[in-house]
Design a protein around this ligand. Structure first.
Ligand code: SF4
Length: 140
């Protein structure tokens, strides 16, 4: 699983952000508000926290929009041993584990440890959630 998206770098850790899969659940902003500042540019400032704190918050990102690469001796992310699926009321499925998302033709769409999957059918980025359930007023 290679990191995707734009890199935000600090001496001990690089943070990668893929905006195509961010669903603005804002766990990052709530967890480290000095690092993740949506209105600022750059919006991620990894130098404002320790590498351990950054890694901890990145692993909470439910969509897999955030990943990290440690440049010190800190541990890489380890997937959950068993796959877990959490249904968000009116929203996506949060899935965690050592995941291969595979297309009907058998091609690998994405390998990740965290994904948010569309449940309403309106996403323009299927099989991933893009928050279309909000405009669609999905109540499932
Ligand atoms: S935690 Fe992940 S999905 Fe939520 S706002 Fe941050 S980057 Fe986006």
């Amino acid at each position: 699983m290679g990191p995707r998206g734009k890199r935000y770098t600090a001496p001990e850790i690089d943070i990668y952000f893929d905006p195509r899969t961010c669903i603005h659940a804002a766990r990052c902003v709530a967890g480290l508000p000095d690092v993740f500042v949506p209105d600022a540019r750059p919006w991620i400032r990894p130098e404002k926290a320790t590498a351990d704190a950054l890694a901890d918050i990145v692993k909470q990102c439910p969509s897999g929009a955030l990943h990290y690469v440690r440049k010190d001796r800190g541990a890489a992310e380890v997937p959950e041993a068993t796959v877990s699926v959490t249904m968000v009321p009116g929203g996506p499925l949060y899935v965690r584990g050592d995941l291969d998302i595979v297309a009907r033709d058998g091609s690998l769409v994405r390998h990740d440890y965290r994904v948010a999957l569309c449940r309403c059918g309106h996403s323009q980025n299927k099989p991933f959630c893009d928050n279309s359930h909000i405009a669609a007023k999905f109540e499932g």
